[in-house]
Design a binder for this molecule. Structure first.
Ligand SMILES: [Zn+2]
Length: 947
């Protein structure tokens, strides 16, 4: 019989708890796949490290090559302190305040420092700690005087962030008291962690070296399991003769907490294994992950919201708080789920001993688990080549939120257990498995401030100003908080450490505060108060209707923020399409003093650029005696009425305020082909001088030169290329189609789609101006509210003295809105909803949309639905759209099909729309229009009409 001792080696251990790898020294320190950032002065970078998730971004700029030993020492002290704090919070207190990504980034940076300065790589560096036991020893060794104070603090109030907000029963113990009440227990076999990799290249190199070690040829199949990496907590379960006898947390991998009572309250963990006595091992150690499904997590939050409690921000932390809760009722109510993903030890009774060898594959082990009633992940796959691993990674990156639980990567393991034994383990991790981690979509950062922004229609929106942080590969510095109620609902305070999420390609969202951080920094946080007046123009804010959650600035005419936004909007591709009028131009036209310095101390009219030796700060600036700030300028546009009356002369003397850039200058040595070394000067600009000067906004200064008499003369300023283009485009906009003009008016609720509907229905601006509310409301998709908004706008525009009167009159005078609607296109696409993904040869997106609509079709965006008639795939189509179309059975066709349908209609192209017209002459062939197609095939046409 296989002795218990045989299994002590952990050969079956396929636990995959997150643990950073030491084998990835060359990878960027950012922990994401973001590109490497330019290095910044070391002292500056170190000064910015603060133990928050913004360190991910900051560390990306750390220059290990050019660090002095003294700087390296400082970096090491700082990083070691943070890493130790993180490890302690994670392994011991089970209450992390850093995200995994930030922890990884700091650990990698620490390893980089030690790599470049081996003298700092001592045995007790936290870079060598695996799990909590080594950590406890280290904490004892170093004691309070050596360890960074914040580490010591964590131990005193390492409250689980989620549990801290739990409605505690009266005099319930704190989380810290609770977790310390669970006794320590040694695992039967060690719970090792898999190494993490963060890029396909690193994964590939692990794969190749595994293949080589096993002497598997490049094109030979190699079986591996691919598993979704659950973002939960590792558990070790012991079954003796099929009965659950013990449950333990991971702890440091050797010693965990005995939480048997709590484990027994988790419904998805079987108390007793299924199957006959002979099939069940005498001793079984099951590894797996406990977590909250999205459904359970949402249900918990729905209940809390109902009860007026702040909602939990993070499913993993909530699962952690639940698992360690001394109140077993909480566990029962919260419905934790468990999936097994590994075996620690297995031992059959003497008479069944040969079964010990029956478990040949990882996947076979999972099948046995299933038979015993132990839940396993439904997402496991067995793959045979690298491409299939990449496919799995791509699939779950896209479907990250479509499965039942939070995930943060893909775990790959050699399937054959004898091969796992052959590969063995290193000091810290098995060689036969690896965890590929996705870029973090959720990180923590500081909420530095909440400002309010005034939008195009006067809506006032609170916006969170964040310490810039990298989320899912891009830097996030602000996030909308929507309205005051939303801030209350999320419970965030200025000065909080908060969690930011970016799912897929959507805009960043604030999840909520990290409460354990706030508990330690109560003096640094304060609540946001919504202003009562517009921050841009001082007008008292109002609710449009009683009970509105939004506040608005009613000063539509001259509020500079609203005017600027309206200008940007009317220049957009959905309106006049004036690409020479972006945000900057809109600002210079409406608010040229936007960046005016507060005092003459930061006004430096005579410097264009400040050159310094690389990384050093510019000398202090002292303004020349008697220097004064120039008088503020009046904006050339008070509202958009004057837009078409602008002349180059009016823009000539408009000045913008610019911050003077700092230029780093340094020398590098470049080896020449002849063996010599040449010194080359390098320059790079950066921001942050805090000194401002004025420059012409729309014109270039004239050239200085000597005239024939030898005197220095200055040519008159000339319009910039963009200014020339601006006037050309304004000229063209006078003849824009009616729908573009309607969009440009910024009438509430009238975007380009509604504008096109109005154009089709009314044909001319005059007809719309005089239309009744009822007439507008009866147009499909328009409704009362929109009709009212349109009628109100034109009523104001007919009142002399109102700014909208000035606007409409002056625009009309310039010829705007005089183009009547004529749709000469045949309605070949009537009744069809067409979704185009990817680019279509020779057409912009806007043109594609226009031509579909001009031909009577509906151009759909977003994901395909059952209402979509066909998906047209151009070049580089969106993969998710294609997959969705396939799932729904929506036909997928190339751009030729679109061109053909525009000309002839869907007959002969789309299934169910009849045969192709007999001749190519569409004008004379009745089958080429959609209505003719429907009479040819009434059954299918009714489907189309239903859209
Ligand atoms: Zn305002």
């Amino acid at each position: 019989m296989a002795s218990f001792q045989d299994y002590q080696q952990g050969l079956f251990d396929f636990d995959d708890e997150a643990q950073p790898s030491s084998a990835v020294d060359e990878a960027p320190a950012s922990g994401t796949r973001a590109e490497a950032q330019p290095s910044r002065p070391v002292d500056e970078v170190l000064g910015e490290l603060n133990g928050s998730d913004s360190d991910i971004t900051t560390l990306g700029a750390l220059d290990y090559q050019h660090m002095s030993l003294e700087q390296a020492r400082r970096a090491h002290d700082l990083l070691a302190g943070f890493v130790l704090e993180d490890q302690k919070a994670y392994y011991i207190d089970n209450a992390p305040t850093s995200s995994d990504a930030a922890f990884d980034a700091r650990l990698r940076a620490l390893q980089q420092v030690e790599k470049h300065f081996p003298e700092l790589d001592t045995a007790d560096s936290p870079s060598h700690i695996v799990g909590g036991a080594g950590l406890e020893q280290l904490l004892e060794r170093t004691s309070a005087d050596n360890v960074n104070e914040s580490v010591a603090n964590t131990s005193a109030d390492g409250v689980d962030p989620e549990l801290a907000a739990t409605p505690a029963k009266n005099d319930a113990p704190t989380e810290q008291e609770q977790s310390s009440e669970f006794p320590d227990i040694e695992h039967p076999t060690r719970m090792l962690s898999l190494d993490d990799v963060f890029s396909i290249e690193e994964l590939r190199s692990w794969y190749d070296s595994t293949r080589r070690s096993l002497e598997v040829g490049e094109n030979e199949p190699l079986e591996m399991t691919c598993e979704v990496k659950i973002d939960g907590l590792a558990l070790d379960l012991i079954y003796e003769n099929g009965i659950l006898t013990r449950g333990e947390t991971r702890g440091d991998g050797r010693i965990g907490k005995d939480i048997t009572t709590n484990i027994k309250a988790i419904r998805s963990i079987p108390q007793q294994l299924d199957g006959s006595h002979a099939d069940i091992p005498a001793f079984l150690e099951v590894r797996g992950e406990v977590f909250l499904t999205f459904d359970s997590f949402n249900a918990i939050n729905a209940k809390r919201e109902q009860e007026g409690e702040p909602v939990f921000a993070n499913a993993r932390n909530t699962a952690a708080g639940t698992l360690m809760n001394k109140n077993v009722d909480v566990l029962r109510e919260r419905n934790l789920t468990f999936y097994a993903h590994g075996i620690g030890a297995i031992q059959y009774s003497a008479e069944e001993s040969e079964r010990g060898d029956a478990m040949l594959d990882q996947s076979q082990a999972y099948e046995l688990y299933k038979a015993w009633g132990i839940p396993i992940s439904p997402h496991n796959r067995v793959v045979t080549n690298f491409q299939q691993i990449e496919d799995m990674i791509d699939y779950y990156l896209e479907h990250r939120y479509d499965i039942e639980h939070p995930l943060d990567g893909i775990v790959v393991k050699v399937n054959d257990i004898s091969r796992q034994r052959e590969l063995g383990v290193t000091a810290r991790a098995p060689r036969w498995g690896i965890a590929y981690k996705y870029p973090p979509e959720e990180v923590n950062t500081m909420l530095e401030n909440i400002i309010v922004q005034v939008g195009r229609t006067g809506r006032v929106t609170p916006v969170a100003i964040l310490k810039p942080v990298s989320v899912a590969g891009s830097t996030v510095a602000r996030a909308t908080l929507h309205n005051e109620q939303e801030i209350e609902r999320k419970g965030v305070l200025i000065g909080d450490l908060i969690t930011v999420r970016k799912a897929g390609d959507v805009i960043p969202e604030i999840v909520g505060p990290v409460l354990s951080y706030r508990a330690k920094h109560t003096d640094k946080v304060h609540a946001f108060t919504m202003p009562t007046v517009c921050p841009e123009c001082g007008t008292p804010l109002v609710q449009e209707k009683e009970g509105d959650v939004d506040l608005r600035c009613p000063n539509a005419e001259t509020c500079p923020a609203q005017l600027e936004e309206r200008l940007i909007h009317l220049a957009s591709r959905k309106a006049f399409d004036i690409d020479s009028m972006g945000e900057q131009v809109a600002l210079w036209l409406t608010n040229p003093e936007a960046n005016r310095p507060d005092s003459v101390d930061s006004y430096d009219p005579s410097t264009k650029i400040i050159s310094v030796a690389k990384g050093s700060a510019p000398a202090a600036y002292v303004p020349a005696p008697g220097l004064t700030l120039p008088a503020p300028q009046q904006p050339v546009l008070r509202n958009e009425a004057g837009l078409f009356a602008l002349t180059p002369e009016m823009l000539k003397d408009v000045y913008k305020w610019v911050e003077i850039p700092i230029q780093d200058v340094w020398e590098v040595e470049v080896a020449q082909p002849d063996g010599t070394v040449k010194k080359v000067k390098k320059r790079a600009k950066r921001e942050g001088s805090g000194r401002f000067r004025r420059e012409r906004a729309f014109f270039n200064e004239g050239k200085r030169h000597k005239n024939e008499q030898g005197e220095v003369v200055v040519d008159p300023p000339t319009p910039s290329a963009n200014t020339v283009k601006l006037f050309e485009q304004l000229q063209k906009a006078r003849h824009a189609q009616l729908w573009r003009v309607l969009t440009a008016l910024s009438i509430r609720h009238v975007g380009d789609t509604k504008a096109r509907d109005l154009e089709r229905h009314f044909g001319s601006l005059e007809a719309l101006e005089n239309a009744s509310k009822e007439e507008i409301a009866q147009i499909d998709g328009m409704g009362e509210e929109i009709a009212q908004s349109i009628v109100d706008w034109f009523a104001k525009a007919h009142e002399p003295g109102d700014w909208r009167y000035d606007l409409l009159t002056s625009w009309k005078l310039a010829g705007v809105g005089s183009v009547s609607y004529e749709n000469s296109s045949e309605q070949t696409l009537a009744g069809l909803t067409i979704l185009v993904t990817g680019s279509i040869a020779g057409m912009t997106r806007e043109q594609v949309k226009e031509s579909i609509e001009a031909h009577g079709g509906k151009a759909s965006s977003g994901k395909p639905s059952k209402k979509t008639t066909v998906v047209i795939t151009g070049e580089n189509p969106g993969e998710s759209k294609v997959v969705k179309a396939q799932e729904l059975g929506v036909p997928l066709m190339g751009e030729e099909a679109l061109f053909a349908m525009l000309e002839h209609g869907p007959a002969g192209i789309l299934p169910g729309y009849g045969d192709a017209p007999a001749s190519g002459d569409s004008a004379s062939n009745p089958a080429s229009s959609a209505s003719a197609a429907s009479s040819a095939s009434p059954a299918d046409a009714s489907e189309g009409a239903g859209e």
